[in-house]
Design a binder for this molecule. Structure first.
Ligand code: F6P
Length: 329
């Protein structure tokens, strides 16, 4: 049976992602529509610890659906990783009368939510907000489609100069532990290859492949590379250096797209995704759901236990790798 939730808190945490504002808006308005009070919490879990609270009305979220970033600001909170920090956060929630929490963020943010929910009796609903698309249980995360579009726009521009100079470009994109951005932007931009953490490509095979392509029909090549992982392995510089050394006949350049992938106006797809998920979060709370992440699978809203969303690997569809390999001959 649903417990009576009168006041909800909403926060964004971790790396910002286009569409987070559309999600905040949907949560706020759906909650108000259902007679709840909404407290906006600034700077993620940091704001929960430091009591950065503001009551949100329907007009607090006016004119935000089209804006990138997050109006609630965001942070990666070290204090929340400590028991003391989480205790303070809980006490502040009780004091402010916040009965439930909506957390919009990626893997790290939902891991924090999971820890918090284990220690304290608070219903938490997670919303997948990350450009990396690395949360299990949802076909897409909020921000992923917008970031993909940004990358493709950039690669289209890089292709002009790559072509003019007969160069190989290694273009580095975000996604430390997940290759969704690299793999799918490679397909969408007609690139020659993608180097992703899930399927480390041997650099010799890669160079041989590029060489074959260049000799046959192409005068330039574009390779999308996921950024280096935490252990420092990978990244565009690493592969470019190896190709330079081993195949000096190639004219190699590197472009690191960096944080420009996280900015900009959200795509229509992300706005709709975020709006549906925000609306579903309030429905879930009313049904008495707790400690779940809202996902969308095959166009249907699904509830995924947060523990599953963060711990289960979301595999890259191997067919995508085949599509790229075949279409880049
Ligand atoms: O998780 C989102 C993400 O953009 C990753 O793709 C990237 O590795 C990381 O955040 C970068 O974090 P920061 O903005 O703290 O440098």
């Amino acid at each position: 049976m649903a417990r009576n939730i009168k006041t909800i808190g909403v926060l964004t945490s971790g790396g910002d992602a286009p569409g987070m504002n559309a999600c905040i808006r949907a949560i706020t308005r759906s909650a108000i529509y259902n007679g709840m009070k909404v407290i906006g919490i600034y700077r993620g879990y940091e704001g929960l610890i430091n009591k950065e609270f503001q009551e949100f009305t329907s007009s607090s979220v006016s004119n935000t659906i089209q804006r990138g970033g997050t109006i609630l600001k965001t942070a990666r909170s070290l204090a929340f990783m400590t028991e003391e920090g989480r205790k303070k956060a809980y006490d502040n929630m009780v004091e402010a009368g916040i009965d439930a929490l909506c957390v919009i963020g990626g893997n790290g943010s939902l891991s924090g939510a999971q820890l918090f929910a284990r220690e304290y009796d608070i219903p938490i609903i997670g919303l997948p907000g990350t450009i990396d698309n690395d949360l299990y249980g949802t076909d897409s995360t909020i921000g992923y489609d917008s970031a993909l579009n940004t990358i493709v726009e950039c690669v289209d521009k890089i292709r002009d100069t790559a072509n003019s100079h007969d160069r190989i470009f290694f273009v580095e994109v975000m996604g430390r532990d997940a290759g969704f951005l690299a793999q799918n932007s490679a397909i969408a931009s007609g690139a020659e290859a993608a180097i992703i953490p899930e399927d480390r490509t041997d650099v010799d095979q890669l160079a041989e492949f590029i060489g074959r392509g260049m000799r046959k029909s192409k005068n330039s090549s574009i390779v999308l590379v996921s950024e280096a992982q935490k252990d420092g392995v990978g990244g565009a510089m690493y592969y470019a250096e190896r190709v330079r050394k081993e195949y000096p006949e190639f004219n190699v350049r590197v472009t690191i797209l960096g944080h420009l992938q996280r900015g900009g106006t959200p795509s229509a797809y992300d706005r709709i995704l975020a709006s549906r998920m925000g609306y579903a979060a309030i429905e879930a709370l009313q049904e008495g759901q707790r400690n779940i992440m809202i996902g969308i699978k095959n166009d249907e809203i699904v509830y995924v236990p947060i523990s599953k969303a963060i711990k289960t690997d979301k595999p890259i569809n191997k067919e995508l790798i085949a599509v790229l390999n075949v279409l880049s001959i």
